[in-house]
Design a protein around this ligand. Structure first.
Ligand code: UDX
Length: 443
């Protein structure tokens, strides 16, 4: 059984089913459960709907609101519910708590051993502390005897969650006891057809910290390259793309997560950084690097405004086309998306803002309401605009040529916030600026 039919839980449950495990998805929202049972994923994730429909047809996956029935009918429960930020930045554990209560209550009636694995990102100490206590209280059984407990963080990215689930770089199993860890390891060995990625077996608290440390490190890479981009932008002839390539060949650095842009967003990096900072401070340690990673990121979206102003002067009364709203391509998710900060800053500069995203328009409407105009295509978005800003690197924006901007815009001026264009192709044809690209010239 998999609790939580969000990005993590639904993808994981459906992937389990496609590897012949019988999986039951549990969620408290009946609307979501019904949609899933009709074969409709409640969010956009490439490849997921096809796998879901196939799993439903083959009877290997179903969704339900009946937590008790799902626990009783399964050998292991994966808790994959959200852990959003509280106003002070710490993780809100109310969904983990209610899922653990429901699982615990069902375990009271269950004969035989059952494994509970926490896949939600939770602060270090949560699994061995609050979760264990809640399960024990509700079930009347002892962890490590009547049931097993693991912290089993996931590292999937939205937009490639299915592929990441089938091909993870590693599996991390934090275990309360040997039996729990061995059970989960054998499940993953079967899932990966006898060829699993490296498996790290460790304590609950190390597993919890591995998740936070991974996300913090990746976010640090992004803020690092954005810092270098901001320096390069002031140096004639410099280009952060070339610098990233040049440093990425060093095996100690690696080429991934060095794409400079307008900063990171999404449901994980900002939230998990804040939670790790809060956790660290609760231990009376000031996490200077983590704070700097967030600070650089908070400033980064406004680079789009600076560049736009450098191209077209004051934005008062100008029509600005925002291309891309999702926090990254191949998702409709706008949680903590950079686009929202860019749009709000443009509005406060007095600009008229038109937005377009291939997938995120319904979600964006809910947040931006009547403050902006909504276009139904990139072309329509660009029509009559004085400046265009690429905020999310969707493929369809990458395909736009200087001629397209010239054809549709009133004054063709392009801010490449995600380094999707070959600047040599654009400069000279349109007014052009890009993150991390210094003025032409230099030596
Ligand atoms: C992240 C982690 O990658 C994943 O392991 C974890 O389980 C959840 O959090 P996700 O938030 O889905 O995944 O997306 P990711 O691809 O990591 O991108 C996060 C943000 O960083 C996006 O806004 C993206 O645009 C930005 N980013 C990423 C960059 O700006 N540059 C890069 O080089 C990489």
């Amino acid at each position: 059984s998999v609790f939580g039919l969000g990005y993590v839980g639904l993808t994981f449950g459906v992937c389990l089913a496609s590897r012949e495990f019988k999986a039951i998805g549990v969620d408290v929202e009946s609307g979501k459960v019904e949609a899933v049972n009709r074969g409709e994923a409640p969010f956009y994730e490439p490849g997921l709907s096809e796998l879901l429909r196939d799993a439903l047809e083959r009877g290997l996956f179903r969704a339900t609101t009946d937590a008790r029935g799902a626990v009783l009918a399964s050998d292991v429960t994966f808790i994959c519910v959200g852990t959003p930020s509280l106003p002070d930045g710490s993780a809100d554990l109310k969904y983990v708590e209610s899922a653990a209560r429901a699982v615990g209550r069902a375990l009271r009636e269950k004969e035989g051993w059952h494994l509970v694995a926490i896949r939600s990102t939770v602060p270090p100490g949560t699994c061995g502390g609050h979760v264990k206590k809640t399960l024990e209280e509700e079930s009347g059984k002892r962890a490590g005897e009547g049931f097993g407990l693991c912290a089993n963080p996931e590292f999937t990215k939205e937009g490639s969650a299915v592929n990441d689930t089938f091909n993870p770089d590693r599996i991390v199993i934090g275990e309360l006891d040997e039996r729990s860890g061995s059970f989960l390891e054998s499940l993953y060995r079967e899932f990966h057809g006898g060829k699993p990625p490296p498996i790290v077996r460790t304590s609950l608290v190390n597993a919890e910290l591995i998740k936070y440390a991974s996300n913090a490190f990746l976010a640090m890479k992004v803020s690092f390259i954005n810092e270098i981009a901001n320096i390069a932008q002031r140096v004639p002839g410099a280009d952060v793309e070339v610098i990233a390539r040049g440093i990425g060949f060093d095996k100690r650095i690696g080429p991934l997560f060095l794409r400079a842009g307008l900063g990171f967003g999404g449901s994980c990096f900002p939230k998990d950084l804040r939670a790790l900072i809060g956790f660290s401070e609760s231990l009376e340690h000031e996490p200077k690097i983590l704070k700097a990673v967030l600070e650089v990121n908070e400033r980064q979206p406004y680079k789009a405004i600076e560049l736009a102003k450098a191209l077209v002067g004051s934005l008062e009364g100008k029509k600005v086309a925002v291309l891309g709203l999702a926090f990254k391509p191949d998702t409709d998710d706008i949680r903590e998306a950079v686009s929202l900060k860019v749009v709000r800053a443009l509005l406060s500069e007095g600009a008229r803002v038109v937005v377009y995203d291939p997938k995120a328009m319904p979600n964006a409407r809910r947040v931006l309401g009547g403050s902006v105009e909504y276009a139904t295509s990139a072309e329509e978005c660009l029509k009559g605009a004085d400046c265009a800003i690429v905020v999310t690197e969707w493929d369809e924006f990458k395909r736009l040529k200087p001629e397209d901007f010239i054809r549709f815009m009133r004054t063709p001026a392009v801010v490449d916030g995600r380094r999707v264009y070959d600047h040599m192709e654009f400069i000279g044809k349109v007014r052009f600026a890009a993150i991390g690209l210094g003025p032409l010239g230099g030596s």
